[in-house]
Design a protein. Structure first.
Length: 38
């Protein structure tokens, strides 16, 4: 699992999203909405 971070106005790093790899979620790419991929 990867974690996406951002910095708040005070410069603190905050986790904002969990990103699961294909090996972790087992969903085939063809079954995912193209607008959800980047």
């Amino acid at each position: 699992m990867l974690i996406r971070y951002k910095q708040d106005d005070q410069g603190n790093t905050l986790p904002i999203a969990n990103i699961y790899t294909q090996a972790e979620h087992k969903i085939e790419t063809r079954n995912i909405d193209r607008d959800a991929l980047w």
